[in-house]
Design a protein around this ligand. Structure first.
Ligand code: NOJ
Length: 528
């Protein structure tokens, strides 16, 4: 038993957990340099406990040149000085556990940074270096090797290959600063099992596995055969994604996780072509959860949502894994903006998500109803996909703007030293301070919903959703324990007999009479 792992004994805690994503750069800045840090995270853990989440997933804080905001790791066992020190990370884990919060850290196994020791040394040693075998180095095509070895595209735009001065090319599915590991190499496999143990020994409760579907490439690295720009979170069939060989890796990781007490988990960021393919990552001897990007990518339409919910639950049933739900993260437009219906729609979408069985992921700031920041000037943008002119349209900075905590002016209590991306001038009403205690606020809606989810254990449990009759554009379903959720996805009120007593509504409603209508873009939780 590791000394710091002192949370309550595990009982499938992850199956219905609400997990809050902290993006450390933008959460809270304790040292006033304009960049969030681990001491800032630590100081705000009581806020997360009071919000009512079960676990916190921290995006990468490892030593990194930050070519992709920390998803380019130079040392998997060190903290980047801009985020703090290893003792700071240990303090976050310790304090979180004392508050009964679990900590999930990000693991980036598909690629590292070009400043990682193996890559630097391999590059310096030249062609034939054994360290180059831990990556995908190849000779180029064409008479003088001047063409990339195959036609693979980087997710951030442009070819997935970069040529080094000695003439060889190396593979990077993301930025050139992110060389892909060769997972056929035993040293790579050993190294990542050792990294898992390093963090498990420090007491973390789990890992979010970056690009979990990308580690194994098709033998011979065959051409993909088309030049279509690839999208983050896409579901195309590709020779470098979702290869069957990845599952051996996760079986070996599961053995490591199971050596530790307290049910340590791993959640896959796996963009697979179908929900059935995604379910393979969460077979009982592999990882525990996989993000449900099909749900995230579903528009605000009752029929499409119902299909996404049913197909997600159906896909996970045969492998006995919980379904996950997610509306926002650090790679997509915030759902208040993305769903196109402003705050009303975002609040309704959240209540729908939190009424579904399984585990829900929240992204920092959605509990404040933050919109996407759509007017960032080009000179402040940092997303590598913006600079490489990819199909992502530089969209990822607008959801990464630092959180507003308090006060009337920027940086709204984020820290004392400004913020690495500028916050809008009109966020004073969105701060934690401004919303706390206001029953109409989005923050209090999240707090109440999460408190109800704790009080009604049936809400996140199991996999049963019983659909009830409802007009077009409206969803109505019963969960075990008698909770009914109704959601109007249309822009007009929908007549719907009140099925019981209102427990919670995404907007203020009058007490329902005989001729109740569910307003546009509204979700209600009812007790039968
Ligand atoms: C997915 C991460 O969520 C994203 O932010 C990152 O750019 C890529 N993986 C590459 O690591």
């Amino acid at each position: 038993m590791t000394p710091q792992h002192n949370v309550t004994p595990a009982t499938d805690w992850w199956r219905d957990a609400v997990i809050y994503q902290v993006y450390p750069r933008s959460f809270a800045d304790a040292n006033g340099d304009g960049m969030g840090d681990l001491a800032g995270v630590r100081s705000r853990l009581p806020y997360l406990r009071d919000l009512g989440v079960d676990a916190v997933w921290l995006s990468p804080f490892y030593a990194s040149p930050q070519a992709d905001a920390g998803y380019d790791v130079a040392d998997y066992r060190a903290i980047d000085p801009m985020f703090g020190t290893l003792p700071d990370a240990e303090a976050v884990i310790r304090d979180a556990h004392a508050l009964d919060l679990r900590i999930i850290v990000d693991l980036v196994p598909n690629h590292c940074s070009d400043q990682h020791e193996w890559f630097r040394r391999g590059l310096a040693e030249g062609p034939g270096s054994v360290l180059r075998e831990r990556f995908h180095f190849r000779k180029g095509r064409g008479q003088n090797g001047e063409e990339p070895p195959n036609d693979w595209e980087s997710l951030f735009g442009g070819p997935a290959w970069t040529r080094v001065p000695d003439g060889e090319w190396y593979l990077h599915l993301f930025a050139p600063e992110q060389p892909d590991f060769n997972w056929d190499h035993p040293a790579v496999q050993d190294e990542f099992r050792s990294i898992l143990r390093f963090w498990l020994d420090l007491g973390v409760d789990g890992f979010r596995v970056d690009v979990a579907h990308g580690l194994v490439k098709a033998p011979g690295l065959p051409d993909m055969g088309h030049g279509e720009q690839l999208k983050l979170l896409g579901n195309q069939v590709l020779p470098f994604f979702d290869q069957d060989g990845v599952h051996d890796i996760y079986r070996s990781w599961r053995t490591v996780l199971d050596e530790y007490p307290g049910e340590r988990i791993a959640v896959a960021e796996a963009w697979a072509p179908t929900a059935e393919r995604t379910s393979l990552y969460v077979r009982p001897d592999e990882l525990h959860q996989a993000f449900n990007f099909h749900y995230l990518n579903t528009g605000w339409d009752a029929a499409a949502l119902r299909e996404a919910i049913d197909s997600s639950l159906d896909a996970m049933r045969p492998v006995s894994a919980p379904t996950t739900w997610v509306l926002s993260n650090h790679d997509v437009v915030r759902h208040r903006t993305r769903l196109g219906g402003g705050l009303d729609r975002a609040r309704a979408a959240t209540l729908l998500m939190l009424a579904l069985p399984g585990s829900a992921y929240l992204y920092q700031g959605e509990e404040l109803g933050l919109p996407e920041v759509t007017d960032l000037p080009d000179e402040v943008r940092q997303d590598p996909s913006f600079f490489r002119d990819s199909g992502q349209e530089g969209l990822r900075d607008g959801c990464r703007v630092p959180l507003p905590w308090s006060g009337d002016t920027t940086p709204y209590g984020f820290g004392d030293g400004g913020s690495w991306l500028p916050q809008p001038d009109d966020w004073a009403a969105l701060t934690v301070e401004a919303q706390t205690g206001d029953p109409a606020s989005t923050l209090e809606l999240y707090r109440t919903a999460l408190a109800l989810r704790r009080r009604l254990p049936g809400l996140g449990a199991g996999d049963a959703v019983e659909w009830l009759d409802a007009p077009d554009g409206v969803l109505a379903f019963r969960r075990p324990g008698g909770l009914i959720c109704t959601v109007n996805t249309t822009e007009a009120p929908a007549p719907l007999p009140a099925p019981g007593r209102i427990l919670l509504a995404s907007r203020q409603l009058d007490a329902p009479g005989a001729d109740f209508t569910l307003p546009a873009d509204t979700a209600v939780w009812w007790a039968e």
